[in-house]
Design a protein around this ligand. Structure first.
Ligand code: 4NP
Length: 162
């Protein structure tokens, strides 16, 4: 299974999610790869925003391997496409073939702190704010990622009824 996480620039939110989700799926022993990209191309080839890298490193993760990539046709075959905010979701759906639209979710649809049945909030863009915005993104990503990986682990469990 392949998961794509999509934000705008692919230097703050989605690379944070890529690093955290990769650790979680590996720890759960799942055969899942997690990649990330941005709908915009301004930062292609760049490493993570230093503020996002700092938040990850402070929490014990390794942010050093990231290079920014842009969403496009090579991402259309991913099994699950997670958009960080409503604009990212709209931009993905505008180019993704309609028969794949059911593979796309908002990232915080897995956030256990979001009331069920209500609107799904964005992972807010931390780019213009201070360090707290990056810490908030990491916290959202960690708690949502744990729920997502639990769901994936259930899918991965053989049906005891055969
Ligand atoms: P990201 O944050 O989408 O979480 O990577 C941003 C990074 C760069 C820009 C906007 C958002 N930018 O406008 O360059």
């Amino acid at each position: 299974m392949r998961i794509a996480v999509v934000c705008l620039g692919n230097i703050c939110r989605s690379p944070t999610a890529e690093v955290v989700l990769t650790e979680l799926v590996d720890a759960a022993g799942l055969e899942v790869t997690v990649e990330s990209c941005g709908t915009g191309g301004w930062h292609v080839g760049e490493s993570m925003d230093p503020r996002a890298a700092r938040a990850l490193a402070d929490a014990g993760y390794d942010p050093s391997r990231h290079r920014a990539r842009q969403f496009g046709p090579s991402w259309f075959d991913h099994d699950l496409i997670l958009a960080m905010d409503a604009a990212n979701l709209a931009d993905v759906l505008a180019v993704l073939p309609a028969d794949r639209h059911q593979r796309v979710r908002l990232f915080r649809s897995y956030d256990p702190e979001v009331p069920a049945g209500g609107p799904v909030p964005d992972v807010p863009d931390p780019w213009y704010g201070g360090p707290q915005g990056f810490a908030d993104v990491l916290a959202m990503v960690e708690r949502s990622g744990e729920v997502l990986v639990r769901e994936l682990a259930l899918l991965d469990t053989p049906d005891p009824a055969g």
